[in-house]
Design a protein around this ligand. Structure first.
Ligand SMILES: C[S@@+](CC[C@H](N)C(=O)[O-])C[C@H]1O[C@@H](n2cnc3c(N)ncnc32)[C@H](O)[C@@H]1O
Length: 212
């Protein structure tokens, strides 16, 4: 079996070390973000309507977005690299299922899922390693299943590394991520950009896609 990429261990260790503080920081993180909640609501409505299967939040951290998706009526579970994050998520939301794992090697059968949310989690993957992630998303989603990505947008630049507080991360042009998704069999449903709030640094990108 191939060795896991070194960035996976480094990212897991980095998030383990800050998990308790991170969970405090994001606990009510969606409350002041109506646009972010609107695209999560659109995703939930599309998944509920298509009835294509359950939903995975990949890179779920302490499970705040997973619980929000549950509140939107989805049958959802979370996966994260960081065992400490998963312990916190299980403690906070005992009614939900959370598993340690990497989103590029899911223990999910082909076509089993109706939806995937990656909310600021593909940001840590070195760009050259990202195409297989989209291949894995395509494998586990049923045809007609939906994928929602949230990420830091590169504001006119090509993909660029930035000094994320926890682990190395990358800002992406929306077209760049849309092209990776298209090559893996996704059609774009829509995109949303949000300007940074006063306490934020970068424009936020959101891409909603459908598995062909
Ligand atoms: C910025 S946090 C976002 C957490 C959560 N989605 C939220 O918005 O609150 C990024 C999370 O992605 C996880 N992550 C990064 N790469 C991953 C991978 N390959 N597989 C699973 N989780 C990953 C990290 O461990 C971390 O918990």
């Amino acid at each position: 079996m191939a060795e896991p990429s070194p960035h996976l261990t480094a990212t897991a260790d980095a998030y383990d070390a800050v998990a308790v503080r991170y969970a405090d920081f994001v606990r009510n993180g969606l409350d002041p973000l109506p646009l972010d909640r609107s695209i999560l609501a659109a995703f939930a409505e599309l998944v509920n309507t298509s009835d294509a299967g359950r939903v995975a939040e990949l890179g779920c951290g302490p499970g705040v977005v997973t619980a929000h998706l549950r509140d939107l009526g989805l049958d959802v579970f979370g996966v994260d690299l960081s065992p400490v994050m998963i312990d916190l998520a299980r403690g906070a939301y005992p009614d939900l299922r959370f598993e340690v794992g990497s989103m590029d090697a899911l223990e999910v059968a082909d076509g089993e899922l109706g939806g995937i949310v990656s909310w600021y989690s593909v940001i840590h993957t070195p760009p050259r390693e990202l195409p297989p992630y989209f291949a894995e998303f395509s494998r586990v989603l049923a045809p007609g299943g939906h994928l929602l990505l949230a990420f830091f947008e590169s504001e006119g630049e090509p993909v660029v590394e930035f000094d994320h507080k926890v682990a190395p991360a990358y800002r992406w042009p929306v077209d760049g991520l849309a092209e990776l998704a298209r090559a893996a069999g996704f059609a774009e449903v829509g995109r949303m950009l949000r300007e940074p709030r006063e306490e934020e640094r970068y424009r936020r990108g959101h891409l909603l896609l459908r598995r062909r």
